[in-house]
Design a protein around this ligand. Structure first.
Ligand code: F0G
Length: 496
């Protein structure tokens, strides 16, 4: 094993490059575990019972029944020793706390924006932004929607236009930046809708619903230039910026010699507003809105005490705010931010080798399994990605998240809005799982793929109108789950 380069302090902070004598290529953790949590793995018969008590919706499972929680990377990333230590110095004041000053200073150091408003999480920022800027009939162009973003914009009578490049919707495609905007389509939309009806253009870093796919710095420059030309505000959802920064550094030739901080500063210089969920960007739980102008700050400020909390905490605990300050610094360290994408790449490649259809190139956030291919025999109206999520839990005790038709809202007329991609997302919480646990997940999913014909569809038994994927309850369309358990026992004997 040869340690080629490692530096925490170097300006360019070149990523640790570790080669194995054997030639093996596996991701190597650049941290050690110092606090652990015991896990349990219920037997398959119990897993099928728990899945049905939870309405075949992985959001409704109890964590005590879950072996690996790959539902999300939101608020469940492991904190560092320095984050834990920082929480002790939180300044608990309703108004004017030092913690707030430290958080504002850190956000402004990283993004170079003068104003900052704290919020309790990402969707709270979306509520404030939509409330301040969106009116009925408005159109918000974006590379791709996110569930909560869209819900806030449509709640206020606005609509969303998705302008992702065509490669973004192809599960397997060499394109290094599948999250990019299709610039000619953005241009045409601005012409058609007119800038007066576009309150802002939203750029989503690490595009969540298409598999955590990144945008290039160049594409962001082009979007910003177009917006500037037409006098339209440009806004960045930086919740998944961490992974996007890593991919820019890795894949964008012009950025190879830039540090993560330099890339971040360059991106930020293009934006009028940057908001983020610190449940992802910041390794803790909270959020914030960085703002360039006083005028924009004034439009949003009054809503903070109304919906969030006083202006110096915005609904966050001061302890979490301190952890975010350190977490934001860690998000500028390549050794830290490379861990997620490298583990995800490993999982995706290993599944791919075993024939399992996954989104390639692997993005950030998690490993995305293409349920349309995996469950070819399940009609889209029976929610193949939801059915696959239930089957993976039954098979392995690992919980993922449906990112397909269930995650869509029905059309106005009540008809189903079929998702462009039916994905099962196996999120990779940062610094949480070891490689042997990831190997276990790969092995069980590969077994399920061999037995995929046994998976059947799902139907709603309780369907909420908004964000139905959070609390909707479903049932299997046949006794397919019993057959799956039977086959599991036959192949695995008395194994858990
Ligand atoms: N924007 C993006 C791109 C997100 O991925 C999320 C959350 C939000 C906004 C909202 O932030 O959860 O703090 O309110 N994504 C989580 C996920 C829920 O699991 O992908 P939040």
């Amino acid at each position: 094993m040869v340690l080629l380069f490692y530096s925490q302090t170097s300006k360019h902070n070149i990523m640790a490059n570790v080669k194995f004598f054997s030639g093996k290529e596996i991701p190597l953790e650049m941290h050690k575990v110092r606090i652990v949590q015991k896990l349990s793995l219920p037997p398959v018969e119990e897993r099928v019972a728990r899945m049905n008590e939870a309405g075949n919706n992985t959001f409704l499972l109890q964590n005590r029944d879950v072996f690996m929680d790959m539902l999300t990377d939101s608020g469940v990333n492991a904190m560092s020793d320095l984050q834990q230590a920082s929480m002790l110095r939180a300044d608990d004041a309703y108004a004017g706390s030092e913690t707030y000053n430290r958080m504002t200073a850190k956000v402004s150091e990283i993004f170079g924006m003068e104003y900052f408003l704290p919020v309790h999480q990402g969707r709270a920022a979306e509520n404030i932004l939509a409330t301040a800027f969106v009116k009925p009939g408005d159109v918000v162009p974006m590379n791709f929607h996110f569930t909560t973003t869209k819900a806030h914009i449509t709640r206020l009578g606005g609509s969303v236009e998705e302008l992702i490049v065509p490669e973004g919707l192809e599960p397997i495609n060499d394109c290094p930046f599948k999250g990019n905007f299709d610039i000619p389509r953005l241009e045409a939309l601005i012409e058609k809708v007119t800038p007066a009806r576009i309150p802002f253009v939203r750029i989503e870093a690490g595009t969540n619903l298409i598999g955590g796919q990144p945008l290039s710095l160049q594409n962001m420059r082009e979007v910003a230039a177009l917006c500037k030309k037409h006098g339209i505000k440009v806004m960045l959802d930086a919740s998944l910026l961490q992974d996007n920064l890593y991919f820019i550094k890795e894949r964008e030739e012009a950025c190879k010699n830039m540090s993560i901080r330099e890339i971040t500063a360059e991106i930020a210089s293009l934006m009028d507003i940057i908001y983020f969920s610190a449940r992802k960007f910041g390794f803790a739980r909270g959020g914030g809105i960085a703002i360039r102008t006083k005028e924009d700050e004034m439009r949003m400020k009054e809503f903070i005490p109304l919906y969030e909390g006083f202006l110096t905490y915005g609904g966050m605990s001061v302890r979490e705010m301190e952890a975010i300050v350190v977490g934001l610094d860690e998000s500028m360290d390549e050794d830290v931010i490379s861990q997620g994408p490298k583990f995800i790449e490993y999982m995706a490649q290993e599944l791919h080798k075993r024939g399992v259809p996954v989104v390639l190139p692997a993005g950030g956030l998690g490993c995305h399994i293409n349920a349309t291919e995996f469950c070819k025999h399940i009609p889209q109206a029976e929610y193949p990605a939801g059915a696959l999520a239930a089957a993976v839990y039954i098979t392995s005790g690992v919980r993922g998240m449906e990112r397909g038709t269930l995650s869509e809202q029905r059309n106005e007329d009540g008809s189903e809005r079929f998702a462009e991609l039916e994905l099962l997302r196996m999120a990779m919480p940062r610094r949480v799982y070891t490689l042997s646990q990831v190997e276990y997940a790969i092995d069980r999913i590969a077994w399920l793929y061999q037995n995929r014909e046994l998976i059947g569809g799902l139907k709603f038994v309780e369907e909420p109108k908004v964000l139905r994927f959070f609390f909707g309850r479903l049932a299997p369309t046949s006794n397919w789950q019993e057959k799956l358990v039977e086959k599991f026992r036959k192949d695995f004997g008395d194994s858990l």
